[in-house]
Design a protein around this ligand. Sequence first.
Ligand code: FNR
Length: 179
Amino acid sequence: MKLIAISGSLRAASFNTRLVDLLIDCAPEGVEVEKATLHGIPLYDGDLEEQQGIPDAVESLRARIKGADGLIIATPEYNAGMPGVLKNALDWLTRPGSEMKPTFGHRPTALVGATPGQFGTAFAQAGSLINLRQLGCRLFPDYLRVSSADKVLPDSGEVDAELRKQAASFLEGFVGFVG
Ligand code: FNR
């Protein structure tokens, strides 16, 4: 089984990208988790789409999503929502409109997120459900919400042992959901 895990942060030292790395580490036997980032995706602009078509970075991410059995989205939380960078990428990926269903329709999809704050990106994840439902994803009902990310996913040193267990169990559940 192949899963693709997209980090919704562009930062080199992103906690969400580290969370993706942790999921890659925790992958059970026979499951490959591929990391994707959103670097190189321009701001959505209808004129750009009309004049130049869909950017290569979007097409290549789309091909990777279509080639995976399941999608994991690691969202940071900005002002209680998903960051613009991530929403922008999702918007591009639904263009042209005829690509929305083949890219997202019925695709098993899980949301995860990490923040140094207290609520583990709960607000961003809850808000993102509206968008992912609109895209037609088959949403995994469980969640992985990482609080105090600066402590449990530190710049240097070990990932927190409890978080590692949670991530492994979350992934095992999602693998079962993907089927
Ligand atoms: C934040 N941050 C934040 N954290 C949170 O838990 N709830 C929030 O509503 C916000 N709002 C917010 C707005 C903006 C504009 C920024 C830049 C940051 C903090 C955020 O969780 C933190 O910067 C994370 O480190 C971002 O994720 P990455 O880049 O580490 O993956």
